[in-house]
Write a protein that binds this ligand. Structure first.
Ligand SMILES: NCc1[nH]cc(CCC(=O)O)c1CC(=O)O
Length: 339
C-alpha cells in the first residue's frame, strides 16, 4: 500500500483534527500517512467569511485537491460542509463526535446566568446571537471574527488580548481538540442554546472511486472509523438544514441523538430552533422516530437490526423542518432559495 496523503487547512484547529484522523487511519489500516497542506479561500480572506461556516469556503479547496489527486483524504468540520453532495466524492467516515454543545468562555468564571446586566458577549454567529438574546435580552452581543485564540483574547482578564468583552461563545468541540477547555466557564445546555447542525463532528471525504473495493486498506479503515450513531444524528440534522434551505446567515440550530431501545428497536430524536436574530421570537420543536417498535403482541416479531437507518433519520429531520415551516419559520429567518 502506498502512502495515504491527507489534505488539511493550515489552521491550528484543522491541523489538530486532521492529525487525530491520520493517526486513527494509520492504526486501523496499517499504512503510512502523510499530511499535505492545502490553502483555502477561507484562510486567505480574513473577513466575515472566515467566521460564518456553511458557505463552503473552507471546503472547496480541499475538494479540488482530492479531485486533482494532490491528496487522497480530506478532513472537514462537518458543520462547515455544504449539504449538497460533491460529484465524485464520498464522506466515507463520520467518527464519534465530540460534545456538540456551545461553550461560554467568560471572565472570572462567570456562567450565562451570572453575567451582569448589559454584559458584552462576542460571537459572529446569528444562531448564537439569537439564542443568547432569547435567554438574556439585556446582553449586548458584539460581532467578532478570527480564530479561536483571537476570540479568547477578547475576554477580559485574558493574557493574550485587549479584553474588551465579558465573554465569547465558541464550539466546545474546537476548544477540546485544541486543549483549551480551561477557558470554558459553562457548557451551554441545548435547552438554552442548540448547536449548529453537525457541530462537533468531522467528515472524512475521499474519491468515490477509491471505495470500489471495500476490502482495500483505506476503504476498510474508513469503514472502521465511521461511528453509526453519530452518522445518523448528523444525517437528521443536515436533512433539516437542507429542507429549510437555510443560508449561512440563518439562525438555525439542531441537535439529534440516536438511542437504542434494546430488543425493542431504536429511536432518533431531533430538536431544532429557528429564531429571529434579535432573539424576540424563537420557534423550537422536536420530533422522534422509532424503528422496530409498536409490536401489538399478535404477530411473531422480527427485529432484523435494532437500529435506525439513514432513511429514518433523514425523514425525521425533514419532517421537523416541515413542521417549523408550517409554523412560520420563514417569517423569522432568511430561509429558502434566495436566502
Ligand atoms: N465555524 C467555524 C468552526 N467550524 C468548526 C469549528 C469547531 C467546532 C466543530 O467542529 O464543530 C468552528 C469554530 C467555532 O464555531 O467555534
Amino acid at each position: 500500500m502506498p502512502v495515504v496523503r491527507i489534505g488539511t487547512r493550515a489552521s491550528t484547529l484543522a491541523l489538530t483534527q486532521t492529525g487525530h484522523v491520520a493517526d486513527d487511519l494509520a492504526r486501523l489500516g496499517g499504512f503510512d500517512v502523510e499530511i499535505v497542506h492545502v490553502r483555502t479561500e477561507g484562510d486567505r480572506l480574513k473577513g466575515s467569511l472566515a467566521t460564518i461556516g456553511g458557505t463552503g469556503v473552507f471546503v472547496t479547496a480541499l475538494r479540488d485537491a482530492l479531485l486533482d489527486g494532490r491528496c487522497d483524504v480530506a478532513v472537514h468540520s462537518l458543520k462547515d460542509l455544504p449539504t449538497a453532495p460533491a460529484p465524485g466524492l464520498t464522506v466515507a467516515a463520520i467518527p464519534l463526535r465530540e460534545d456538540p454543545r456551545d461553550a461560554l468562555c467568560a471572565r472570572d468564571g462567570l456562567t450565562l446566568r451570572e453575567l451582569p446586566a448589559g454584559a458584552r458577549v462576542g460571537t459572529g454567529s446569528p444562531r448564537r446571537m439569537a439564542q443568547l438574546l432569547a435567554a438574556r435580552p439585556d446582553l449586548e452581543v458584539v460581532d467578532i471574527r478570527g480564530n479561536v485564540d483571537t476570540r479568547l483574547g477578547r475576554v477580559a482578564g485574558s493574557s493574550h488580548g485587549p479584553g474588551d468583552l465579558d465573554a465569547v461563545v465558541l464550539a466546545r468541540a474546537g476548544l477540546a481538540r485544541l486543549g483549551r477547555l480551561d477557558a470554558v466557564t459553562e457548557a451551554l445546555d441545548p435547552e438554552v442554546m442548540l448547536p449548529a447542525p453537525g457541530q462537533g463532528a468531522l467528515a472524512v471525504e475521499v474519491r468515490t472511486a477509491d471505495l470500489a473495493d471495500p476490502t482495500a486498506p483505506l476503504a476498510a479503515a474508513l469503514a472502521a472509523l465511521d461511528h453509526l450513531p453519530t452518522r445518523l444524528a448528523v444525517v437528521a440534522e443536515r436533512a433539516l438544514l437542507a429542507r429549510l434551505e437555510a443560508g449561512c446567515a440563518a439562525p438555525v440550530g439542531a441537535l439529534a441523538s440516536v438511542d437504542t431501545l434494546g430488543a425493542e428497536g431504536a429511536s432518533v430524536t431531533v430538536e431544532a430552533v429557528v429564531a429571529r436574530t434579535d432573539g424576540t421570537r424563537v420557534l423550537r420543536h422536536g420530533v422522534s422516530a422509532t424503528t422496530n417498535v409498536g409490536w401489538d403482541g399478535e404477530q411473531p416479531r422480527v427485529v432484523p437490526q435494532p437500529f435506525v437507518d439513514e432513511d429514518t433519520a433523514r425523514d425525521a429531520g425533514e419532517s421537523l423542518a416541515d413542521l417549523l415551516l408550517e409554523q412560520g419559520a420563514a417569517e423569522l429567518a432568511p430561509l429558502g432559495p434566495r436566502a
